[in-house]
Structure formats: C-alpha cells, structure tokens
Design a protein around this ligand. Structure first.
Ligand code: ZN
Length: 150
C-alpha cells in the first residue's frame, strides 16, 4: 500500500518525501549494496521530492556509470540513489525513512546483482518492465535536483 513517508541522511542535510510501498522491500548482493547494507524501496521520480540537501548531495559512480550512488557529503549516508537496473526510477534506502525499525525490516524481493547482466535479463523477462531507451541515472538525478529547492 502506498503511503507518504519522509526520510533523510543522518545529519539531516538531505531530506526527502516520497510515496512508498513498504511491502515491496528488496535487497541485492552486488558489491556496493552489500557494503551499504541498503534495503531497497523502488520509487517513481514523480512521487519523490528532495526537500533539501541539493548542495550536500554528491554522487559516486563506477563501472558503466549509469547508477548514481548519491550520498550526503557531510555524514556519508546513502539515503537514496538511482539504480542501474532502473535508471529512470530511484531506490530509497528504507533504513533512512523516519521512524523505521531497521532490525525489523524483512525484504522479500531479491536482485542477484552479483550476476547483474543475467539478473537484469531475468527481471525484465519476468516483469515485462525494461528501462526506456536512453534512460540514464545522471538524467534522472538531474531532474530531481532541478525540482528541488536551493
Ligand atoms: Zn548528512
């Protein structure tokens, strides 16, 4: 069920509001998700608003550079990011939602990011949802930043 939640980084410089469905938590075993310990919560950019943190937010990229691993440059938290598998959407770190009990989070979804190409092919085959041609995390992130207050 979609609900409006707010969240942010640890120091509070980065804050967002989003429509999320907490029944759709997932995790991923790729190199960076493993180290982040992120619990994924997919979100459409139209249902996401960056409330503050435009200047605090920095982006780390690697590999193809499609994913934008945004983080707060002050406290280092990755509160949300733009994933390579769905570069036209974003993934909120459920651990960064206000009032969340991190230990009780029980993600049912799983993306085998360790074998990314194969996992992406399987995901598209199963859901019929492929990213639109030309989708890139940098574009999605820029659109989010453009709409955010200074
Ligand atoms: Zn911060």
């Amino acid at each position: 069920m979609l609900e409006t939640r707010e969240g942010g980084c640890h120091c509070g410089r980065v804050r967002f509001r989003a429509e999320v469905d907490l029944d759709l938590l997932s995790h991923c075993n790729c190199s960076i998700c493993t180290k982040k310990g992120i619990v994924h919560l997919g979100c459409d950019p139209s249902q996401f608003q960056l409330l503050r943190g435009k200047t605090a937010l920095k982006s780390y990229t690697f590999g193809t550079g499609v994913a934008q691993h945004t983080f707060c440059s002050h406290c280092g938290m990755h509160a949300f990011y733009i994933p390579r598998a769905n570069p036209h959407r974003l993934s909120i770190n459920a651990r960064c939602l206000d009032g969340i009990d991190g230990a009780s989070l029980d993600p049912k979804g799983f993306f085998d990011g360790k074998h990314w190409e194969e996992a992406q092919r399987r995901r598209i085959a199963e859901t019929g949802q492929a990213p639109p041609p030309g989708a890139h995390g940098a574009k999605t992130l820029q659109a989010i930043l453009d709409r955010a207050p200074d």
